[in-house]
Ligand binder design. Sequence first.
Ligand SMILES: [Zn+2]
Length: 103
Amino acid sequence: MPNERVERNEPILKECPYCKRAYPTSGFTKTKSVFFPDGYLSVCNNCIDSSLRKNEYSWKAVDKMCQLVDIPFVPYFWEDTKRGNPRNPFAIYAALYYGKEND
Ligand SMILES: [Zn+2]
């Protein structure tokens, strides 16, 4: 089993296919989905946020995004996260969720 606690020290830039900008991996949402073998979504957090914002953060849109990241959509937890984090609430939701799981 790979040790998930091993973190690479060198900064790795990853390019988002939508905005064509390169970000360190912290600009991407972590996922355990098998569709993203490097452990991060291919689309950057900013693009995810603007896509969800276009949908006015509808539960349907957020739920779809949760399926992509392979985390459950918990409406009350989402609403709480969104209220407390007007910027990139989805990235924070996903990070909090994985944080919870690791406790
Ligand atoms: Zn992007």
